[in-house]
Write a protein that binds this ligand. Structure first.
Ligand code: HEC
Ligand code: HEC
Length: 175
């Protein structure tokens, strides 16, 4: 595969959210024909307006309304995205894929203890994680994060304040 260079570009832009946040850069819009055709990580880049949104602000929705939105909008959208990333691995994609198998006992609290714990941006451990999972990190950063953030109407992560949507909405923090 010829994609490693493309991944390296996006890796420079990785910001998980966390204390020591490096200056956030945008991945260049044209990093090669392959990306233009397929999108980052081999997944078609979605248009902003393909991403579903809640009818009223997330903060004003109760648990039932949130659960319904998850079932009607989040799961179908994310299922298609994850299957485009890896059809076999995500042949089954449902609430438990993000919330873990015992989600309802945990009242769907996020982050999910079942997802990989992530070290803060700029740490050696984070760099090692990115090197070990380049395509997955690209997929998370370029597709999953912007989609989830948009779906629940969260702001983009702001390194200055530490507020906004980050990997840590889904993944636990590593010690
Ligand atoms: C792609 C990942 C993903 C999938 C799949 C998913 N969720 Fe969620 N869900 C989230 C995230 C992220 C939040 C937390 C948003 C926040 O922190 O405000 C959340 C929040 C919730 C909440 C609100 C919890 C609270 O504390 O207010 C409920 C209820 C919920 N999900 C139910 C479901 C159900 C039911 C399904 C399956 C039909 C599902 N989710 C599938 C990512 C997902
Ligand atoms: C909306 C929830 C959500 C957000 C936000 C999110 N992830 Fe994920 N992440 C997942 C899910 C779901 C999986 C798939 C787990 C599986 O395959 O069982 C995953 C898998 C991963 C994996 C692969 C782990 C493994 O065991 O192979 C890595 C690495 C990863 N995410 C990193 C990140 C990084 C870095 C960010 C922020 C840039 C991020 N994720 C943001 C939900 C999320």
């Amino acid at each position: 595969m010829m994609r490693s260079g493309i991944y390296a570009v996006a890796m420079a832009a990785l910001a998980c959210g966390g204390a020591a946040e490096p200056e956030r850069e945008r991945a260049p819009t044209s990093v090669g024909a392959e990306v233009a055709e397929e999108g980052p990580a081999g997944v078609r880049r979605r248009d902003e307006n393909e991403i579903p949104r809640t009818a009223k602000p997330w903060g004003e929705m109760d648990g039932d309304e949130r659960g319904r939105f998850m079932g009607e909008a989040v799961v179908p959208y994310m299922r298609a995205l994850f299957r485009e990333y890896d059809e076999e691995r995500y042949a089954r994609f449902n609430c438990a894929s993000c919330h873990g198998p015992n989600a309802s006992e945990r009242a769907y609290a996020m982050p999910s203890p079942e997802l990989m714990a992530l070290h803060p941006s700029g740490s050696d451990e984070q760099r090692a994680m990115v090197e070990a999972h380049p395509r997955m990190v690209q997929f998370m950063f370029q597709h999953v994060v912007p989609a989830m953030r948009t779906m629940i109407g969260e702001r983009e992560f702001d390194p200055a304040t530490g507020e906004g949507f980050s990997c840590y909405f889904c993944h636990p923090r590593a010690e």
